[in-house]
Design a protein. Sequence first.
Length: 121
Amino acid sequence: MVEPKELIDLSLRLENRMFNLHKCGKAYNDKSRSLIFNLSDTRNPEPFLALVTRKVTPEDFVSLDPKQLASSKMKKEREASVMKGLWNKRTDWDKELVKNDEKYKGMFKCEECDSDRTGFI
């Protein structure tokens, strides 16, 4: 259990760092909304726990990218999406599929090993 004094100290340090970085205005408001959302999200307790357990200092927490504040599940989904995008951009995907398909039969036999899994790869 975290003491109320500790939470107040953390929040004041967060606020102080926010003010030093952004002063006030749109950037300050946007960043504060983002931090409040990430700290109060019940589906992603990781940012709050990192702050309370002091894995991340309040000063560093303010500087974190929103992608770093995402849950582990969301990070994995984003990584999978990036990999899928890279896969779709590949120009040799058909060759890769041929390599991995055990049922693939080529148009001719290899003279060295007599395999019929041949092609122009």
